[in-house]
Structure formats: C-alpha cells, structure tokens
Design a protein around this ligand. Structure first.
Ligand code: UDP
Length: 363
C-alpha cells in the first residue's frame, strides 16, 4: 500500500514522527509499505519546524508545498491547490492527516475530492467552541474521514453520537505521547544564560498563543501580571510563539522573574516542563504532556477538546479571566495538586497500532 502523510505546523511533527518510524521499520523488515511525507509549509521557520525534524529524527519531506503565511482562507487555499497537484502526481491509497491545524483541513478536503481515502489521527475530539479555528478544522475533517484514530473514549463517544459507524472508529491512543515517552531519556536543559540557575521544581513554564488570549495587548498584560503576582517570586520561563511576539514586544513588560525566550526545541521545552513546579498554558498538546509527566497544569481557556487531561490528568481549566488564577496558583505553590491517574492507551505504542490497522486494510 501507498500512504501520504501530511504535516504542516509545530504540533503536527510530534504526532507524525512515531508513525513514520513504524513505516521505516516495516520497510526494513521487508514489508512493502510505501509512504510519502508532505510538509505543507504552514510553519516554516527553524524554531517552529526544522528543529523538530532534527530532534525527532523525521526524514526530509518528499515534498514541501510552501503554503505558509496569509489569512486562514489564503492559507487553506494555497495548501489545497498545491496538495491537489501533489496527489495528482503521486496518487496514494490513503492520505493520513493529524491534529487540527489548517493543513489538516485543507489536505483532507483535497484528498477526498479526488476520491482518496482519509485517515484522521486524533479524530473525534471536540471543544464545542466554534470561535476557535481548530474546532472548525476538526469538524470539517471528521465529516469526510474514512478512518478515525482516536485518543480517548470521549472522542469515540463524540463520533458515535455523530452517527459514524463503529468500524471506522479505531481507539488507539495518542501518538504525541509515543513521542514524549520515546524522547524522555533525551530531554536536555536549554542552553544560555536565562536557564543557568534553573532549580528543579522551583520555577514555572508558560506558553500562550490562542487569539483569545494574545491578540488584545491589554488582556495579555493583565494575564501576565496575574501570573507574576501568583507565583511567589519564582522564575517563569516563557518561550514565545510567533503569534504572541509582536504584542508582547509592544507591551515591553519587564520583570526580573519573567524570562522570555524564542520557541524552544522539543527536547529543551519538555525538559523544562518535566522539572517545573507547574505549567500555565493555552496549548492543547502541552496539557497532555504535562499530565503524563505528572506536572500541575493550568489551562487558560474556558473549554477543552481534551477532557481526559482534566478527569485523569493534572490539568485544570482556569478560563481566560486573570482573576481566576490566584487560588489555583496558591494550591500549586503548596504542593496540593491531583496526581496523574493514567489515560488508557497513552502507552507509547499507538503508532504501531495505527500502522497495523492501515496495512491490514490496504494490503
Ligand atoms: N513545544 C515545543 N517548544 C515550545 C513550545 C511547545 O517543542 O517552545 C511543543 C510541545 O511540547 C508540544 C507542542 O509543541 O509537543 C504543542 O504545540 P502548540 O502549543 O503550538 O500547539 P497546540 O497543541 O496548542 O495545538
């Protein structure tokens, strides 16, 4: 069988890496599995893309569509046009998309319109919040998906409720956690002066990139002020997403406890998370990783498409009002936090399950 696997933006790379590694080991074992890796170019700078290929041992993409930049629609259109061409030149049996970014949506539509099957890794999750572009990407992609590879029972439930037949739903676990568990022995302390005096368990990590949190300068400032106030003078390390950088720069916040840096490599970022007192974030993937590493996690959103991180993990939904933060930070400071209880099938073997199912279906 021939598979085309798509990646476009930072949170995609950790999800595709283990699937590609299983493809490679099957090829080594003499099984006839052909794959093409297509990078849509949605994220293109080194810090958001190239470094992950090196650190996660992802081979060079067979094609790069150069679809970065522009508005949501411009980007969707550019990726669709380029990916349709790619598919016409190299028609696979199946296109594999992951996650919930613009590339996920654009490539699944282009494939399905050429009557090529679509597999969605991380299918079925829902926040119910249509103000987030990611939720629209999830809903549209799932509506034309042939194979759902799901991370949770809640995702299975969502899909069944939407009327998808049981034989399309494959509950396999989380490939992002495959990567986390495989790379954990290689986590490394970030280099540079900022991190010189880092003390295990005695600092916080934060990330913010959702439009609702970062597009208004004043609310961004109010949130950072509340974090600084509630963390008792401990250092806060904040790798800044490109989306957040400009507004943060305009605000010119200076505080001896706030350490801003560029986006970190995967091994460095997760070193920071693993050894932190707590994580404050509006990311989806970070809540999963923090949970598995048993690190207290505060999510600056009103909803989540990953409720298992709240029910079984270390995550709490704080919301977007800075006033809500303090009581949670107090609890973390006191060491009074729930422990990770284990999330079913987040065991590091998800990619193998996915490839086994696909090879069986398309051989
Ligand atoms: N991440 C990273 N460096 C950073 C910040 C995040 O490697 O400076 C990783 C993080 O470990 C996780 C992924 O990026 O694997 C999450 O991506 P992001 O927060 O951009 O997307 P989301 O999960 O919210 O879609």
């Amino acid at each position: 069988p021939t598979f085309t696997i798509v990646a476009g933006a930072r949170p995609n790379f950790m999800k595709i890496a283990p699937i590609i590694h299983v493809f490679q080991s099957q090829q080594k074992a003499g099984l006839v599995v052909h794959y093409r890796l297509v990078h849509t170019g949605q994220h293109y700078d080194r810090k958001m893309s190239g470094d992950f290929f090196d650190q996660l041992n992802i081979p060079e993409p067979h094609a790069n569509l150069g679809g970065g930049g522009g508005t949501q629609a411009e980007q969707t259109a550019a990726i669709m046009i380029a990916f349709e061409k790619e598919l016409l030149e190299n028609r696979p049996d199946l296109v594999i998309v992951v996650g919930d970014v613009t590339s996920t949506l654009a490539c699944s539509i282009a494939a399905k319109k050429l009557q090529i099957d679509v597999a969605h890794v991380e299918g079925g999750i829902r926040s119910g919040d249509l103000s987030m572009p990611e939720e629209i990407n999830r809903m549209v992609t799932d509506s034309i998906t042939d194979h759902f590879f799901t991370t949770s029972e809640i995702a299975n439930y969502n899909l069944r409720k939407a009327g998808f037949s049981e034989d399309k739903i494959h509950f396999v676990g989380n490939t992002m956690i495959d990567t986390l568990l495989a790379q954990m022995p290689f986590f490394k302390k970030p280099e540079g002066q900022t991190f010189e005096n880092l003390q295990t368990g005695n600092y916080f990590v934060m990330t913010m990139h959702r439009p609702a949190n970062v597009d208004q300068e004043q609310s961004l400032k109010a949130m950072i002020d509340a974090i600084l106030e509630g963390t008792g003078g401990l250092p806060i390390f904040f790798p800044v997403h490109p989306r957040t950088a400009k507004n943060l720069q305009n605000l010119g916040i200076e505080d001896p406890n706030l350490h801003l840096c560029e986006p970190l490599g995967y091994l460095e970022f997760n070193y920071l998370v693993k050894n932190a007192k707590g994580v404050i974030t509006d990311s989806g993937g970070v809540t999963e990783e923090a949970s598995v590493m048993n690190v207290p996690c505060l999510t600056l959103r009103d909803n989540t498409e990953r409720p298992e991180t709240v029910n079984l993990g270390t995550n709490v939904l704080v919301g977007t009002d800075p006033k809500k933060l303090k009581p949670y930070l107090d609890k973390i400071m006191k060491g009074d936090w729930k422990k990770y209880q284990g999330i079913p099938l987040w065991d590091g073997k998800t990619a193998k399950r996915i490839v086994d199912i696909l090879v069986k279906s398309y051989s």
